[in-house]
Design a protein around this ligand. Sequence first.
Ligand SMILES: [Zn+2]
Length: 121
Amino acid sequence: MRSVTDYALARRAVLRDLARGVLTRLDVCDAHPELVRAALNVGVPLPGSCPVCGAEELREVSYVYGDKLKDANGRAIASAAELERLRARHDEFACYDVEICCECRWNHLRRRSLDGRLHAS
Ligand SMILES: [Zn+2]
């Protein structure tokens, strides 16, 4: 079984604080240029519109981390096939799925999971 931590509650809390004015767009639309570039190049389109600006430009990028991943450590996953290859070759690595709006640069960590052979179901 994969171990998954979902950050939907944290996402709702951030959006609530934005609506209340506790946070500003500058606080939540701060995606690093590298992250926006990854979203444009390898991001998977997400259904629905951006919760901040309303544009239908939401994408998800998955980053993988693990000591044994070598050159793939910390890299954005380019395709489902690449993720399958990592799963087949490595016992364990962490996967971070980040939501990004390519229009306003809203970004949020959607979930963190442990993946790899140890977590194959
Ligand atoms: Zn947006």
